[in-house]
Write a protein that binds this ligand. Structure first.
Ligand SMILES: NC(=O)c1ccc[n+]([C@@H]2O[C@H](COP(=O)([O-])OP(=O)(O)OC[C@H]3O[C@@H](n4cnc5c(N)ncnc54)[C@H](O)[C@@H]3O)[C@@H](O)[C@H]2O)c1
Length: 360
């Protein structure tokens, strides 16, 4: 569950709106249109608001480096590779995932409305960020959606039974429309998202045991094993179950979209492929009963005697809303080391440093 973590490094608080406005200046400076700069900056800051700092504003220097290296290209629209009505394949052409992804979901929504369901492959796009954002876009249109992603970056995750990294963190998302907010399952098939090891590294915090191996294949709690050579590996989540799901991400998002599976050769800093299945629950005849069924399940699940020390029983998507309510009130905590790297990146583009304010 996302939470406001504290390690040994100092942390400042920053309001979401000025932080997003600062991010827009950075992305405009590397050639994004005002609309695209806003899409990228808003998506990153939304991740911070939802407690997923791993996918937040701290990614700006990596995105800027990728744009400089031609690995992320401003101003791209997804190109249609094949179109069979309810089934479409798009090529993101290394465009920013935040703009290309939004356009791909608009098409998925349009096709699901026309046909009842749609399968949309989006291949070879730059980082799609927090995949829950795409599930939430579909849910706002009243659609249920399922998203499989494979990541063509440096291998980070060991296969179950292996002691060296072979695949990446390959996230999965399932979103179901509901009021006041959708139910959203959205996580990496790795035991921990890579970005969370970066946030812990920046904060000087340890990682809980059982999630990572060092370069010799020995268990480690030191986040530096993922950020200093020789690099270790993250384990799959839930032992063999996470590995098996990650294999399916490789096949559905990589092989079936044409974006390719991990092969240890064609490695890109942050390339994503995503297969989206979106459908209209009204076509199943159960749209009206969906809300009451969610309420029944929630009430029954929450009737379980609380486990000592837990936050109680939550449904997928609820932890993010709780953190967002707190961070809207109090600001977003950002490690000093992260703010320093943002300021250095901004200075290299002639953009002022990110805003910050004293901790209340
Ligand atoms: N684009 C990429 O390349 C990429 C790669 C990996 C991860 N990611 C993103 O990283 C983000 C973080 O992934 P993660 O693996 O660290 O997520 P996580 O382990 O924090 O799990 C988050 C999910 O678990 C649910 N959850 C948390 N606590 C819960 C509880 N008590 N009861 C019920 N549900 C609960 C949340 O609502 C959410 O759906 C995700 O948004 C993911 O899409 C992206």
């Amino acid at each position: 569950m996302p939470e406001d973590r504290t390690g040994t490094q100092p942390t400042a608080r920053v309001r979401a709106a000025p932080l997003a406005a600062w991010g827009e200046q950075v992305f405009a400076a590397i050639g994004c249109s005002p609309r695209e700069a806003g899409q990228v900056a808003d998506a990153l800051v939304e991740s911070n608001l939802f407690g997923h700092d791993s996918h937040g504003i701290g990614l700006v220097p990596l995105y800027v480096d990728d744009a400089r290296g031609g690995h992320a290209v401003p101003g791209r629209d997804p190109r249609v590779v094949s179109d069979a009505g309810s089934m479409v394949v798009l090529d993101g052409e290394r465009g920013f995932g935040q703009s290309v992804g939004e356009a791909a979901m608009e098409l998925a929504i349009e096709r699901a409305r026309a046909h009842g369901c749609a399968v949309v492959g989006l291949r070879l796009t730059h980082h799609l960020g927090r995949i829950g954002r795409w599930g939430e876009q579909c849910a706002r249109a009243g659609l249920v959606s399922v998203h499989f992603v494979n990541v063509r970056s440096t291998p980070l995750v060991a296969p179950w039974g292996g002691s060296e990294a072979r695949v990446s963190t390959n996230p999965v998302c399932i979103a179901v429309p509901h009021a006041p907010h959708p139910l959203v399952l959205d996580y990496a098939t790795a035991a921990i998202a890579l970005g969370k090891t970066r946030v812990a590294f920046d904060e000087g915090a340890a990682i809980e045991p059982g999630l990572m191996l060092d370069a010799h294949g020995e268990p480690s709690t030191e986040p530096g094993v993922m950020w200093q050579a020789p690099r270790g590996a993250i384990l799959p989540f839930a032992r063999h179950k996470g590995w098996a799901l990650s294999v399916m991400c490789e096949l559905l998002a990589g092989a079936l979209t044409g974006g390719g599976v991990q092969d240890g050769v064609h490695i890109h800093p942050m390339l994503n492929n995503m297969l989206t299945l979106a459908f209209d629950p009204a076509r199943l005849g159960t749209a009206a009963s969906l809300g009451p069924e969610v309420a029944t399940l929630a009430q029954w699940a929450r009737s379980a005697r609380p486990l000592a020390g837990s936050d109680g029983v939550l449904l997928p998507g609820e932890p993010e809303r709780r953190v967002a309510a707190q961070r809207e009130r109090e600001g977003i905590p950002i490690a000093r080391r992260t703010l320093d790297s943002l300021a250095a990146c901004a200075a290299s583009l002639g953009v002022p440093p990110p805003p910050e304010e004293p901790t209340p």
